[in-house]
Design a protein around this ligand. Structure first.
Ligand code: ADP
Ligand code: MG
Length: 251
Protein backbone atom coordinates (compact mmCIF):
# COMPACT_ATOMS: atom_id res chain seq x y z
CA UNK A 1 0.00 0.00 0.00
CA UNK A 2 2.55 2.55 1.13
CA UNK A 3 5.99 1.75 -0.31
CA UNK A 4 7.62 4.45 1.79
CA UNK A 5 6.31 4.24 5.33
CA UNK A 6 8.66 7.01 6.49
CA UNK A 7 7.86 9.34 3.60
CA UNK A 8 6.27 12.63 4.54
CA UNK A 9 5.40 13.34 0.92
CA UNK A 10 4.53 10.78 -1.71
CA UNK A 11 3.40 11.24 -5.29
CA UNK A 12 2.11 8.23 -7.16
CA UNK A 13 1.81 8.83 -10.91
CA UNK A 14 0.55 12.31 -10.10
CA UNK A 15 0.01 14.56 -13.10
CA UNK A 16 -1.49 17.92 -13.98
CA UNK A 17 -3.11 18.70 -17.30
CA UNK A 18 -4.78 21.96 -18.24
CA UNK A 19 -7.54 22.19 -20.84
CA UNK A 20 -6.63 24.33 -23.82
CA UNK A 21 -8.08 25.16 -27.23
CA UNK A 22 -6.18 22.37 -28.99
CA UNK A 23 -4.65 19.41 -27.20
CA UNK A 24 -4.83 19.56 -23.40
CA UNK A 25 -1.56 20.95 -22.02
CA UNK A 26 0.38 18.73 -19.60
CA UNK A 27 2.22 20.91 -17.07
CA UNK A 28 3.33 17.89 -15.03
CA UNK A 29 3.68 14.41 -16.53
CA UNK A 30 2.89 11.40 -14.27
CA UNK A 31 5.40 11.62 -11.44
CA UNK A 32 6.22 9.12 -8.70
CA UNK A 33 8.34 10.51 -5.87
CA UNK A 34 8.89 10.16 -2.11
CA UNK A 35 10.30 12.80 0.23
CA UNK A 36 11.22 11.81 3.78
CA UNK A 37 10.94 13.78 7.01
CA UNK A 38 13.94 16.05 7.46
CA UNK A 39 14.81 16.39 3.78
CA UNK A 40 15.55 19.87 2.41
CA UNK A 41 14.62 19.61 -1.26
CA UNK A 42 15.48 22.25 -3.83
CA UNK A 43 13.32 22.12 -6.96
CA UNK A 44 15.06 23.73 -9.93
CA UNK A 45 14.40 24.15 -13.64
CA UNK A 46 13.72 26.77 -16.28
CA UNK A 47 10.69 29.01 -16.15
CA UNK A 48 7.60 27.04 -17.24
CA UNK A 49 9.10 23.64 -16.38
CA UNK A 50 6.36 22.83 -13.84
CA UNK A 51 7.97 23.80 -10.53
CA UNK A 52 5.03 25.79 -9.20
CA UNK A 53 2.61 23.18 -10.52
CA UNK A 54 4.40 20.54 -8.44
CA UNK A 55 4.50 22.75 -5.35
CA UNK A 56 0.82 23.65 -5.68
CA UNK A 57 -0.09 19.95 -5.72
CA UNK A 58 1.87 19.43 -2.49
CA UNK A 59 0.22 22.50 -0.97
CA UNK A 60 -3.27 21.36 -1.86
CA UNK A 61 -3.67 24.61 -3.78
CA UNK A 62 -4.27 22.52 -6.93
CA UNK A 63 -5.56 19.00 -7.31
CA UNK A 64 -3.85 16.43 -9.56
CA UNK A 65 -5.60 15.58 -12.83
CA UNK A 66 -4.68 11.94 -12.17
CA UNK A 67 -2.68 9.97 -9.63
CA UNK A 68 -2.15 10.32 -5.90
CA UNK A 69 -0.68 13.04 -3.68
CA UNK A 70 0.02 12.12 -0.05
CA UNK A 71 1.32 14.67 2.44
CA UNK A 72 1.77 13.79 6.09
CA UNK A 73 -0.44 10.72 5.75
CA UNK A 74 -3.27 12.70 4.16
CA UNK A 75 -4.52 11.66 0.70
CA UNK A 76 -4.92 15.10 -0.86
CA UNK A 77 -6.32 13.69 -4.13
CA UNK A 78 -9.37 12.46 -2.19
CA UNK A 79 -10.23 15.82 -0.58
CA UNK A 80 -12.70 18.33 -1.98
CA UNK A 81 -11.94 22.08 -2.07
CA UNK A 82 -13.33 22.77 1.40
CA UNK A 83 -11.47 19.82 2.93
CA UNK A 84 -8.26 20.87 1.16
CA UNK A 85 -8.40 24.39 2.49
CA UNK A 86 -9.07 23.14 6.02
CA UNK A 87 -6.15 20.71 5.73
CA UNK A 88 -3.86 23.41 4.31
CA UNK A 89 -4.29 25.48 7.47
CA UNK A 90 -2.25 23.11 9.57
CA UNK A 91 -0.89 20.42 7.22
CA UNK A 92 1.63 22.68 5.47
CA UNK A 93 3.23 26.09 5.80
CA UNK A 94 3.57 28.05 2.58
CA UNK A 95 6.01 30.86 1.76
CA UNK A 96 5.70 32.92 -1.41
CA UNK A 97 8.08 35.09 -3.41
CA UNK A 98 6.15 38.28 -2.63
CA UNK A 99 5.57 37.55 1.08
CA UNK A 100 1.80 38.11 0.85
CA UNK A 101 1.39 39.54 4.32
CA UNK A 102 -1.92 41.27 5.01
CA UNK A 103 -1.12 45.02 4.95
CA UNK A 104 -3.77 45.97 7.51
CA UNK A 105 -2.40 43.65 10.20
CA UNK A 106 0.78 44.03 12.23
CA UNK A 107 3.53 41.42 11.96
CA UNK A 108 2.32 39.68 15.12
CA UNK A 109 -1.30 39.75 13.92
CA UNK A 110 -0.24 38.25 10.57
CA UNK A 111 1.39 35.36 12.46
CA UNK A 112 -1.66 34.94 14.72
CA UNK A 113 -4.09 34.75 11.79
CA UNK A 114 -3.52 31.05 10.90
CA UNK A 115 -3.82 30.22 14.61
CA UNK A 116 -7.15 32.05 14.74
CA UNK A 117 -8.39 29.94 11.80
CA UNK A 118 -7.28 26.57 13.13
CA UNK A 119 -7.83 27.11 16.86
CA UNK A 120 -5.16 24.60 17.80
CA UNK A 121 -3.94 27.04 20.49
CA UNK A 122 -6.23 28.83 22.94
CA UNK A 123 -6.84 32.47 22.02
CA UNK A 124 -4.98 33.68 25.10
CA UNK A 125 -1.76 31.92 24.02
CA UNK A 126 -1.66 32.98 20.37
CA UNK A 127 0.11 36.31 20.75
CA UNK A 128 2.86 34.80 22.91
CA UNK A 129 3.30 32.03 20.38
CA UNK A 130 3.48 34.59 17.55
CA UNK A 131 6.11 36.57 19.46
CA UNK A 132 8.14 33.39 20.06
CA UNK A 133 8.03 32.55 16.34
CA UNK A 134 9.03 36.11 15.39
CA UNK A 135 11.92 35.83 17.87
CA UNK A 136 12.93 32.49 16.30
CA UNK A 137 13.07 34.31 12.95
CA UNK A 138 15.04 37.22 14.39
CA UNK A 139 12.32 39.87 14.01
CA UNK A 140 10.79 40.04 17.51
CA UNK A 141 11.37 43.80 17.56
CA UNK A 142 9.16 44.24 14.48
CA UNK A 143 6.10 42.55 16.03
CA UNK A 144 3.87 45.62 16.26
CA UNK A 145 4.81 47.20 12.95
CA UNK A 146 2.76 46.97 9.78
CA UNK A 147 4.30 45.19 6.76
CA UNK A 148 4.82 48.46 4.84
CA UNK A 149 7.23 49.59 7.57
CA UNK A 150 9.40 46.47 7.19
CA UNK A 151 12.20 45.70 4.73
CA UNK A 152 11.75 42.84 2.26
CA UNK A 153 13.99 40.60 4.33
CA UNK A 154 12.00 41.37 7.49
CA UNK A 155 8.69 40.80 5.71
CA UNK A 156 9.83 37.40 4.47
CA UNK A 157 10.90 36.41 8.00
CA UNK A 158 7.45 37.37 9.25
CA UNK A 159 5.94 35.31 6.42
CA UNK A 160 8.02 32.29 7.48
CA UNK A 161 6.88 32.76 11.09
CA UNK A 162 3.31 32.82 9.81
CA UNK A 163 3.91 29.65 7.78
CA UNK A 164 5.09 27.92 10.97
CA UNK A 165 2.19 29.21 13.10
CA UNK A 166 0.27 25.95 13.25
CA UNK A 167 3.42 23.84 13.54
CA UNK A 168 3.20 22.08 10.16
CA UNK A 169 5.44 19.09 9.36
CA UNK A 170 6.14 20.44 5.88
CA UNK A 171 7.23 23.89 4.71
CA UNK A 172 6.73 24.71 1.03
CA UNK A 173 8.39 27.74 -0.49
CA UNK A 174 8.04 29.01 -4.08
CA UNK A 175 11.08 31.15 -4.91
CA UNK A 176 11.20 32.56 -1.36
CA UNK A 177 14.45 34.43 -2.02
CA UNK A 178 13.36 35.73 -5.44
CA UNK A 179 12.66 39.18 -4.09
CA UNK A 180 15.53 39.43 -1.57
CA UNK A 181 19.07 40.80 -1.83
CA UNK A 182 21.82 38.20 -1.54
CA UNK A 183 22.48 38.92 2.15
CA UNK A 184 18.84 38.41 3.13
CA UNK A 185 18.53 35.44 0.76
CA UNK A 186 21.40 33.63 2.39
CA UNK A 187 20.10 34.46 5.90
CA UNK A 188 16.71 32.98 4.96
CA UNK A 189 18.33 29.80 3.62
CA UNK A 190 20.30 29.46 6.86
CA UNK A 191 17.01 29.68 8.78
CA UNK A 192 15.45 26.95 6.61
CA UNK A 193 18.50 24.74 7.09
CA UNK A 194 18.36 25.25 10.87
CA UNK A 195 14.67 24.34 10.97
CA UNK A 196 15.41 21.16 9.04
CA UNK A 197 18.42 20.28 11.20
CA UNK A 198 17.06 21.24 14.63
CA UNK A 199 13.34 20.59 14.32
CA UNK A 200 13.09 17.85 11.70
CA UNK A 201 11.03 20.08 9.41
CA UNK A 202 10.71 18.91 5.81
CA UNK A 203 11.29 21.73 3.31
CA UNK A 204 10.51 21.74 -0.41
CA UNK A 205 11.69 24.93 -2.05
CA UNK A 206 11.57 26.16 -5.62
CA UNK A 207 14.63 28.26 -6.25
CA UNK A 208 17.01 29.83 -8.73
CA UNK A 209 19.48 30.67 -5.98
CA UNK A 210 22.88 29.00 -6.27
CA UNK A 211 23.37 29.41 -2.51
CA UNK A 212 20.23 27.32 -1.94
CA UNK A 213 21.94 24.37 -3.54
CA UNK A 214 24.59 24.45 -0.81
CA UNK A 215 21.99 24.16 1.96
CA UNK A 216 19.64 21.62 0.35
CA UNK A 217 20.03 17.87 0.90
CA UNK A 218 18.48 16.97 -2.45
CA UNK A 219 17.99 18.63 -5.80
CA UNK A 220 15.15 17.77 -8.17
CA UNK A 221 15.42 19.20 -11.69
CA UNK A 222 12.35 19.62 -13.88
CA UNK A 223 12.24 20.11 -17.64
CA UNK A 224 8.98 20.45 -19.57
CA UNK A 225 6.95 18.86 -16.78
CA UNK A 226 9.27 15.89 -16.21
CA UNK A 227 11.90 15.18 -13.56
CA UNK A 228 15.17 14.91 -15.46
CA UNK A 229 17.46 14.66 -12.42
CA UNK A 230 17.01 13.81 -8.74
CA UNK A 231 20.32 14.03 -6.89
CA UNK A 232 21.51 14.14 -3.29
CA UNK A 233 23.19 17.38 -2.25
CA UNK A 234 25.87 17.93 0.36
CA UNK A 235 23.37 19.61 2.68
CA UNK A 236 23.82 22.07 5.54
CA UNK A 237 26.49 20.10 7.39
CA UNK A 238 28.93 20.02 4.53
CA UNK A 239 32.22 21.89 4.54
CA UNK A 240 32.58 24.32 1.66
CA UNK A 241 34.43 22.63 -1.18
CA UNK A 242 36.71 24.35 -3.68
CA UNK A 243 35.24 24.85 -7.13
CA UNK A 244 36.26 22.29 -9.69
CA UNK A 245 38.35 24.71 -11.71
CA UNK A 246 40.18 25.88 -8.59
CA UNK A 247 40.95 22.31 -7.64
CA UNK A 248 42.35 21.79 -11.13
CA UNK A 249 44.40 24.99 -11.01
CA UNK A 250 46.05 23.82 -7.80
CA UNK A 251 46.61 20.24 -8.93
P1 ADP B 1 7.37 27.15 -13.33
O1 ADP B 1 6.91 27.40 -11.94
O2 ADP B 1 8.43 26.10 -13.44
O3 ADP B 1 7.81 28.41 -14.01
P2 ADP B 1 4.60 26.44 -13.80
O4 ADP B 1 4.42 25.21 -12.99
O5 ADP B 1 4.04 27.70 -13.28
O6 ADP B 1 6.14 26.60 -14.20
O7 ADP B 1 3.94 26.20 -15.23
C1 ADP B 1 4.25 25.07 -16.02
C2 ADP B 1 3.51 25.19 -17.33
O8 ADP B 1 2.10 25.07 -17.11
C3 ADP B 1 3.73 26.51 -18.02
O9 ADP B 1 3.83 26.29 -19.41
C4 ADP B 1 2.48 27.28 -17.71
O10 ADP B 1 2.17 28.21 -18.72
C5 ADP B 1 1.44 26.20 -17.63
N1 ADP B 1 0.34 26.55 -16.71
C6 ADP B 1 0.46 26.83 -15.41
N2 ADP B 1 -0.73 27.11 -14.86
C7 ADP B 1 -1.64 27.01 -15.86
C8 ADP B 1 -3.06 27.20 -15.95
N3 ADP B 1 -3.80 27.54 -14.89
N4 ADP B 1 -3.65 27.01 -17.16
C9 ADP B 1 -2.92 26.65 -18.24
N5 ADP B 1 -1.58 26.47 -18.22
C10 ADP B 1 -0.95 26.64 -17.06
MG1 MG C 1 6.82 29.14 -10.78
Amino acid sequence: MNDHPTATIRLQQASKTYPSLGEPFTALHPLTLAITKGEFVAVVGASGSGKSTLLNLLAGIDRPSAGEVWVGGQALHRLNEAQLSAWRGRGVGIVFQFFQLLPGLTAAENVMLPMDFCRQWPAAERRDRALALLARLGVADQADKFPAALSGGQQQRVAVARALANSPAVLLADEPTGNLDSHNASALLDIFAALVRDEGLTVVMVTHERAALRQATRRITLLDGRVIADEPQAGPHAEPRPHHHEALAHA
